[in-house]
Design a protein around this ligand. Structure first.
Ligand SMILES: [Zn+2]
Length: 463
């Protein structure tokens, strides 16, 4: 058992001494879970990163001038891709772990806490969520930022993503309740120009919206008008709160209006009719499941709709949703979905003599990586360890106490591992976690800011 180089501060120092675009990193001797269907799992392989890009994966690689990282006894995996989380709520995390239903969350958080948020609160919540995501191996996070009360609130959320070095997707929406500037969605034009002018950058922009007018009125509900805003800006759309009969009707309306397509993501998708699913399948619409909020908070049927998605040919992404009530990491989503679907399948076949159709650990890891990237509109950029894609990857210790001995790499990632086993995280070729610690964070200062913001939010009377 060797102690590999990703626990070494000297290697990090060596890496950081070179300018990022001239840097070459060669990981050697790892078990590589590529999640690229053509490459599969490589038992003892090497992986070369040049600048921000993966340029080679395979056995016996060599590279001139590369910093060689001995990755023996580790698994290299693509970073996880979160397709929907409301990052600004992070300083209120687990404040209502046993919330009973959607309205309990909506009334306390969206109609309450959200209304007193200042730009500084947006910044610290979003930053905390993104740093925690990195720590637990999420390299791409779609921040469904639905508290954009002013331009400054949007700016703060975007700058927080930028400050952490995460591959962030800022999905912007106006707030549900309380006073706000009504600058959304018009302000998206300025946001695009100011922060998202390049096609090759770490942060991307999407329009965030709701399925129906039931929670917050017509202004936030998806339809041809908002579809046109997104189309004019050349950005994708993420639609939250897609569930039940009214959303099913909305889906059929969108299909008729021609505003469903692969650049549109429907989030949750619980309790939808077979007709709605058919329309989603036919239009190549993407789906973001939120296994724990569906099951734990109890959204509509409360069943994560993975069977429904797969039956119409949609491979979904996974998402974290609200940290006020739920776990923050992707391992929880993968395990919850794996267990729930297999329970559902076996239960449906019980006593019938039929074979249950069970998903596998490989399926859920695919959802958490490659399908997440596709869902976020980043399939060409991230989600698998494929030469040509950006270097968003995890070094997972396979011989730690809880993972030894390594018998099945995908099983070990999905069912065995957690944040403590992720010794290193690269995003866009840049080390963001090393030797088990998120880099460039002053934890004491962060904690002070988090507490100050939480105290302000909890102690300020809502209107
Ligand atoms: Zn949501």
């Amino acid at each position: 058992m060797n102690v590999n180089d990703t626990t070494s501060a000297a290697v990090l120092e060596q890496l950081r001494r070179r300018p990022a675009d001239e840097r070459r990193i060669l990981f050697t001797g790892a078990t590589i879970v590529t999640m690229d269907p053509g490459l599969g799992v490589i038992d003892r392989g090497d992986l070369l990163v040049e600048g921000d890009t993966i340029t080679a994966v395979g056995p016996g690689l060599s590279a001139r001038d590369a910093v060689v990282v001995d990755a023996t006894d580790t698994i290299l995996s693509p970073g996880f891709v979160d397709t929907h989380r409301h990052a600004w709520e992070a300083q209120l995390r687990r404040i209502m772990p046993d919330v009973d239903d959607l309205s309990g969350y909506v009334m306390s958080t969206l109609a309450g806490y959200a209304t007193v948020y200042r730009p500084a609160d947006m910044h610290i919540g979003t930053r905390l969520a993104a740093l925690t995501a990195i720590d637990s191996g999420i390299t791409t996070m779609l921040d469904f930022s639905h508290n954009s009360r002013t331009r400054e609130h949007s700016d703060a959320a975007i700058e927080a993503l930028r400050d952490t070095g995460i591959r962030g997707v800022h999905a912007s929406m106006g707030p549900h309740f309380g006073d706000w500037d009504r600058q959304w969605p018009g302000d998206l034009t300025r946001i695009k120009e100011q922060y998202f002018s390049s096609d090759d950058q770490l942060l991307t922009l999407r329009l965030a919206t709701l399925a129906t007018d039931e929670i917050a009125g017509m202004a936030l509900a998806y339809g041809p008008e908002l579809a046109r805003v997104a189309k004019d800006l050349g950005i994708g759309v993420s639609v939250d709160a897609v569930f039940g009969a009214s959303s099913s009707e909305a889906v059929l309306r969108w299909a008729k209006d021609g505003v469903l397509n692969p650049d549109v993501t429907l989030i949750h998708a619980t309790g939808l009719t077979p007709e709605a699913w058919k329309a989603m399948g036919e239009t190549g619409t993407t789906v973001a499941l939120a296994p724990t909020s569906d099951a734990q908070i109890g959204l509509e049927s409360a069943i994560p709709a993975v069977d429904e998605a797969l039956s119409v040919g949609i491979r979904p992404g996974l998402s974290i949703d609200v940290e006020v009530a739920l776990a923050s990491d992707m391992f929880t989503q993968m395990r919850a979905l794996h267990a729930i679907q297999r329970m559902r399948a076996v239960n449906a076949a019980y006593g019938t003599g039929q074979q249950p159709h069970r998903i596998t650990t490989r399926d859920v890891l695919d959802f958490a990586t490659l399908q997440g990237s596709r869902t976020n509109g980043l399939a060409a950029v991230t989600g698998s360890l494929t030469p040509g894609k950006k270097a968003d990857l995890l070094v997972i210790q396979a011989e730690d106490l809880n993972n030894m001995p390594l018998n099945d790499p995908i099983g070990t990632v999905v069912l065995g591992s957690d944040a403590r086993n992720i010794s290193a995280v690269l995003i866009n070729g840049e080390p963001r976690k090393w030797n088990g610690h998120v880099l460039d964070v002053d934890l004491s200062a962060l904690r002070r800011e988090v507490y100050a913001s939480r105290e302000y939010v909890l102690n300020t009377p809502t209107a």
